[in-house]
Design a protein around this ligand. Structure first.
Ligand code: DP6
Length: 354
């Protein structure tokens, strides 16, 4: 009788928010970036994707269900992840004939985000990281997180950084085949456990220009962008790694804010221009500036991805100054919500109205 066993494994993967931004591809097919980047992994207590991967000869075809809805898997990125992982499993099966031939079976992937869509957070990083890790678990692959980051990168660039907790770098690499464009650990979450993230939702609406298309337009048309990838980002990478190693919040904050500003300046310099921030985002920048002025030192840092929502990094010891100011300044503004993060790699925030 044919073996119709269902093989199954699961995982969760975290969201990460970059403090030195990835923006630009030098190879769109392999998803190779024009610059390195660094992010902080947020805790999975409230923000994570939970993914189960199964395979069986009883399944008709590969499928993916995302938050209860069937999702298209025909895209080149998902296909690249499936192909890479199957090839790795097939190599194990070729070396050991007693292993079941999972690589030849249709895959069924079921994925759920536990964070509300209203949190307005990009889910592709956690989503692809969880998809890759879940299939790697199912296939019992011996690959390290860095090896798997090579696969997740092909799903979504920022996903490669969600294979690690803590403070994570994605090294752009030099090779044309992308084999050196992967993530590595800058520091464990426990190295700087008082780091917190506050997520201010300016709009939960889906972003107008996707990261993928926005960054390609920037690469093609922005003159400022050249300066960013040749000088600004390399300098920011060095300064950010140093700030993390030394637990120097003022430096960490300055580099985060400057890098976010530089990225959004390149968006404005794209032709036609791309604006991700809105009036609420700019009010958040002013609020951070006023918190820092009042404190007499830098206790809060803002950063914005390809959307209007603000992530504010701060240290636990400054929580009253930071959270208090936000509820005062923005409490009456409708539509603001906050997720209060705990340590890097472990963000046990709840999304709450302030
Ligand atoms: C602004 O990883 O979503 O968040 O590789 O095309 O899927 P693709 O792009 P994506 O871009 C993220 C851009 C960013 C900065 C960052 O996370 O580093």
């Amino acid at each position: 009788m044919a073996d119709t066993t269902v093989y199954r494994a699961g995982t969760t993967a975290p969201v990460n928010i970059a403090v030195v931004k990835y923006w630009g591809k030098r190879d769109a097919k392999l998803n190779l970036p024009t610059n390195s980047s660094i992010s902080v992994t947020l805790s999975q207590a409230d923000l994570r994707t939970l993914t189960t991967a199964s395979c069986s000869t009883a399944f008709a075809e590969d499928s993916l269900t995302l938050n209860g809805e069937p999702s298209d898997i025909s895209g080149a990125r998902t296909q690249a992840c499936f192909r890479e992982l199957r090839a790795r499993r097939a190599a194990l099966e070729a070396a050991n004939s007693s292993l079941p031939k999972l690589s030849a079976m249709p895959l069924k992937i079921v994925s759920e985000n536990n964070f509300p869509t209203a949190a307005g957070l990009a889910s592709s990083a956690a989503g692809f990281a969880a998809l890759v890790q879940a299939i790697a678990n199912l296939y019992a692959l011996p690959d390290s997180p860095a090896d798997l980051s090579l696969v997740a990168r092909q799903g979504s660039g920022s996903a490669c950084r969600s294979l690690f907790g803590g403070y994570v770098a994605w090294r752009m690499g030099k090779k044309a085949d992308g084999s050196d464009s992967k993530a590595d650990l800058v520091a464990e979450a426990s190295h700087w456990p008082s780091m917190r993230a506050l997520i201010l939702v300016a709009s939960a609406a889906k972003k107008g220009v996707s990261s993928t298309s926005g960054m390609q337009q920037t690469v093609a048309t922005s003159g400022l962008f050249k300066e960013r990838i040749e000088r600004i980002v390399p300098d920011n990478m060095v300064a950010m790694e140093e700030a993390i190693h030394n637990r120097d919040f003022e430096k960490f904050a300055e580099v985060s804010m400057r890098d976010s500003n530089s990225f959004h300046a390149c968006c404005a310099d794209t032709y036609p221009p791309i604006f991700y921030m809105n009036d609420v985002s700019r009010a958040a920048i002013r609020a951070v500036e006023s918190i820092n002025t009042k404190a007499g030192k830098t206790v809060a840092a803002y950063t914005f991805d390809a959307g209007p929502n603000c992530v504010v990094y701060y240290l636990e010891e400054n929580k009253d100054a930071v959270l208090g100011a936000f509820s005062e300044t923005l409490g009456s503004t409708s539509g603001w919500k906050a997720g209060v993060g705990s340590s890097a790699g472990v963000l046990d925030e709840t999304v709450a109205e302030i």
